[in-house]
Design a protein around this ligand. Structure first.
Ligand SMILES: Cc1cc2nc3c(=O)[nH]c(=O)nc-3n(C[C@H](O)[C@H](O)[C@H](O)COP(=O)(O)O)c2cc1C
Length: 325
């Protein structure tokens, strides 16, 4: 018997396929179908810190609502949250797989108190997604990383369910940060989130949106960093996110050291059927290779000598170009 079970962030998953936070997971009905299609867990669409605070800030401007802005501010806060709590409760009613809530945030502030209600609504874990560009001329190196730690520490004081940190790929040294996140109680990290991609229309001379969806080649970045990180910070769980477009990619992520993968673009593009296709592919590959369970091969190709020279840390193409010359 081939066993596809894995443990991620302390949660037992029947297989390593997690559906990423996105519009794919914003209703209980969709989540029920994702489970029926074979998903091991789902991450709900994020509740954005801005959803609570920006709308509330707008209402702070008395010229919009000369009267009652305090009341409206409170109303909007509670409304955004209560819809989200309903999504958790409804999804838990129809899903037996873990339901992970998600918050997109960038400040360590009062919104964190809402995490308690997310836990009470029945979420099995909370994924925190801190995706922001640092562009200030006054920026002091390290403050963005410290903010991750501050937000995590604050959340850990607020809730008891596992906390998963979903990182952006714009960090100078993700390894040092992951080590600190582990020390401050994170159960897992997801490498990486995907930023909005800007582009330019040269005929209209306008800024436009680039590709919303990722590409199979994007997988190299999570593979590299999971390969290095899982070798150096080996007590925390990893999920690969970004560029899982082929069933083979799931196996690559596990070999690099991930416990699970999060997939999004491929489901938008290929429908839920990609989930069972990936699970079947994984199962038959394991049988072909003689692996009975995932721990037998998880991390087999992580950087064994991450302090020294290894392929995951290679940045230059020198050899490639010299061979071609
Ligand atoms: C349409 C769309 C909506 C998304 N919404 C969220 C979100 O609400 N929260 C979040 O953490 N990530 C969000 N993401 C990012 C995905 O969860 C995922 O991390 C990213 O797309 C990379 O994975 P992929 O290559 O499998 O698409 C979204 C992505 C897409 C394409």
């Amino acid at each position: 018997m081939t066993d596809l079970q894995t443990t991620f962030a302390g949660l037992k998953l029947k297989n390593p396929i997690i559906i990423s936070s996105s519009g794919l997971t914003n209703t209980a009905a969709k989540n029920e179908k994702l489970e029926a299609a074979g998903a091991g867990a789902i991450v709900l669409k994020s509740l954005f810190e801005e959803q609570i605070t920006l709308e509330a800030d707008r209402l702070r401007n008395p010229s919009y609502y000369p009267e009652g802005s305090d009341y409206l501010e409170e109303y909007i806060r509670n409304h955004a949250l209560s819809e989200y709590l309903d999504l958790i409760k409804e999804s838990k009613k129809v899903c037996t797989i873990p339901v992970i809530a998600s918050i997109n945030c960038y400040t360590d502030s009062e919104w964190i108190d809402f995490a308690k209600q997310i836990e009470q609504a029945g979420a099995d874990a909370l994924e925190i997604n801190i995706l922001a560009l640092q562009t200030s001329l006054q920026y002091t190196y390290g403050t963005f990383e410290q903010r991750h730690i501050d937000i995590l520490s604050h959340i850990k004081k607020t809730i008891h369910i596992p906390v998963i940190m979903k990182l952006g790929d714009n960090l100078t040294n993700p390894i040092a940060l992951i080590d600190q996140l582990y020390a401050n109680g994170a159960a897992a990290v997801v490498l990486f989130n995907r930023c909005y991609q800007p582009d330019i229309d040269i005929e209209k001379l306008e800024q436009i949106s680039g590709n919303v969806f990722s590409h199979a080649d994007d997988l190299s970045t999570p593979l590299r960093w999971i390969g290095i990180a899982s070798s150096l910070v080996d007590k925390i769980d990893y999920a690969a996110s970004g560029g899982i477009h082929k069933p083979e990619a799931v196996i690559k992520a596990l070999l690099a050291g991930a416990s699970a993968v999060e997939m999004c673009s491929v489901i938008y593009q290929n429908t839920n059927s990609f989930i069972s296709e990936s699970n079947h592919f994984l199962e038959s590959w394991m049988q072909r290779q003689g692996f009975k369970n995932i721990p037998q091969f998880k991390g087999k190709l992580k950087a064994k000598d991450a302090e020294g020279i290894n392929m995951w840390e290679r940045t230059q193409f020198l050899k490639y170009f010299s061979n071609k010359a």
